[in-house]
Design a protein around this ligand. Structure first.
Ligand code: ZN
Length: 224
């Protein structure tokens, strides 16, 4: 005797299997292979930032007046041993004295290797001059050779990567003001105000091609 229920269940089972097989076949045939591939997609063209205009940066440096000296720049006891001013960039997009101090503390005694940091608005506010402990306590820097030059060289670091981007006008104004202040209190010859890479035996791009130190040094007291 025919069992209606069993037949129905068996038919349903066969039908489901057929649908499943058909579905899998369609999936394999028509779904693009890329869905299974783990290789990275073809590189897409990205809009790149145009490089800064060095001629315009030089004009800005010439036209920017120095800021007035600030009380925090005067240490309790100013050593007369300082002969050099060496300018650096952080080679980073942003940063603060605290972030750099944390990094340097793992590498050397006294942490933050520079005497001054000048912010660019990414971390430390734009143009703000932060005074490091090495300046307030008149300690040797840790930004050049770890020896004789560090004993005589004031280190100023501007936040930013000036191989790729321009310094801000407020950074230039602060840098000029700080250098003028240091020159007025110490016998620092203009020829000894240098970018890091102008120092002997220093293989570095610091402080970057878009910070024209030569123009800055020649026009410290210019600007309108
Ligand atoms: Zn440097």
């Amino acid at each position: 005797m025919r069992n209606e229920t069993s037949w129905t269940l068996f038919d349903t089972f066969l039908m489901l299997m057929a649908i499943a097989a058909f579905g899998w076949g369609c999936f394999v045939l028509f779904v693009p292979e890329s869905m299974f591939s783990h290789s990275s997609p073809a590189p897409r063209l990205q809009a790149t930032q145009p490089p800064p205009d060095l001629a315009a940066i030089k004009e800005m440096v010439v036209a920017t007046p120095a800021i007035a000296p600030q009380p925090s720049w005067t240490p309790l006891r100013l050593s007369s041993r300082w002969k050099w001013i060496v300018i650096h960039h952080s080679a980073t997009f942003g940063g603060t004295p605290e972030s750099i101090d944390k990094y340097h503390s793992t590498r050397m005694e006294n942490g933050l290797a520079y005497h001054f940091i000048i912010g660019n608005g990414n971390g430390l506010p734009d143009g703000v001059v932060a005074v490091g402990r090495r300046w307030t306590e008149q300690l040797d820097g840790g930004h050049i050779d770890g020896g004789k030059i560090d004993h005589e060289a004031i280190g100023i670091c501007l936040i930013g990567n000036f191989e790729e981007a321009a310094p801000t006008q407020m950074q230039i104004a602060s840098l000029k003001g700080l250098i003028v202040f240091l020159q007025d209190h110490l016998s620092i010859k203009p020829g000894l105000i240098r970018g890091h890479r102008q120092m002997e035996n220093e293989a570095t791009l610091c402080p970057g091609r878009f910070l024209p130190i030569d123009v800055l040094v020649k026009t410290l007291r210019s600007g309108s």
